[in-house]
Design a protein around this ligand. Structure first.
Ligand SMILES: Nc1ncnc2c1ncn2[C@@H]1O[C@H](COP(=O)(O)OP(=O)(O)OP(=O)(O)O)[C@@H](O)[C@H]1O
Length: 291
């Protein structure tokens, strides 16, 4: 299983530090969610891992090796971006798939056909005539049918409508279970895609903010629901992410671990504790830091 090891990586564009001294280790054989606000450096990071550019400061090792100009290794890596730049205008869907297959040792034709059917992609149509969502679906078809040991999808499914997105999540999980590999999904649709992540990586202004199991991250906050006064007493002094009130009942979302003693108190006071939405934690952890 292909793992990724990044050490003290810095990437500068004129006037912008896109990646800032980032150190991160991702074990192989997991599904990772890469989250960050606009301009936080996600695309830059994925491009470097996929060897589209060379790391000038710091190092990136994929499967223990430097990916840049390492053809044997880059055949094992597939990065699909939102703009579907795997797709060249002037060719048909079929033609693009034929071309993609040439560079992908693990390509599965049958699976590609299944995905075309699933997304209702017309295989003879010219790529220039595809809608935005159909172009996304084509990018995803290439990303999944490649079965690359390291598959990275950079917002690749944003153009899809809801039924196609849900179909994509299901087929991704099903195929990952049958053919385990390392998958990195960058996304803004946190709640929707969150159920797929085993681990979450949050970057902000090119720096690592969180790298944690999705479940432990969810446990870093809680929604406290119950009689308003009891909820207020219980959450006094805690970091409040949001609150809602309906009659005498209140729901307050807090950030911070709630230990066993506090949980016992909550139960005593008739309060209900439930995990926080990942999206709320993400907003809290990256707020006020727009790039
Ligand atoms: N070619 C470039 N030249 C100069 N600056 C760039 C270039 N590419 C990206 N940047 C800047 O680097 C920072 C990181 O950009 P990047 O595209 O990696 O972020 P992102 O997290 O993928 O953003 P988004 O979620 O909006 O797609 C941004 O401030 C961006 O403006």
């Amino acid at each position: 299983m292909i793992g990724i090891e990044i050490q003290n990586l810095t990437v500068q564009y004129p006037g912008v530090t896109a990646i800032d001294d980032l150190t991160l280790k991702l074990e192989g054989g997991k599904i990772y969610g890469l989250l960050g606000r606009n301009g936080s450096g996600k695309t830059t990071l994925l491009s470097l891992i996929a060897a589209f550019r060379r790391a000038s400061t710091g190092s990136i090792l994929v499967d223990g090796r430097e990916p840049f100009e390492n053809e044997e290794l880059t055949q094992q890596i597939c990065l699909v971006r939102e703009t579907s730049d795997v797709v060249v205008d002037g060719d048909s869907v079929k033609g693009i798939l034929r071309r993609a297959r040439r560079f992908r040792p693990n390509w599965d034709d049958e699976f590609a056909q299944r995905l075309l059917d699933l997304f209702q992609l017309p295989s003879k149509r010219g790529v220039a005539k595809l809608s935005r969502g159909q172009k996304s679906a084509l990018g995803i078809t290439i990303g999944l049918a490649s079965r690359a040991p390291l598959t990275m999808l950079d917002e690749a499914y944003l153009g899809l409508d809801a039924p196609s997105r849900y179909a994509f999540y299901d087929v991704l999980l099903e195929d990952y279970i049958e053919h385990p590999r390392t998958i990195v999904l960058s996304t803004h649709l946190i709640e929707e895609v969150g159920r797929l992540f085993e681990q979450v990586v949050i970057i902000d202004r090119g720096r690592l903010v969180v790298h944690e199991d999705t479940e432990s991250l969810r446990m870093r906050g809680a929604a406290v629901v119950g009689p308003a006064t009891a909820v207020d007493d219980f959450t006094a002094g805690l970091t409040v992410l949001g609150e809602q009130r309906l009659g005498g009942t209140k729901s307050v979302t807090v950030y911070g671990e709630i230990g066993p003693d506090a949980r016992a108190v909550a139960a005593d006071w008739g309060l209900e504790l439930s995990p926080v939405a990942l999206q709320d934690l993400f907003v809290h952890l990256t707020k006020g830091n727009a790039a």
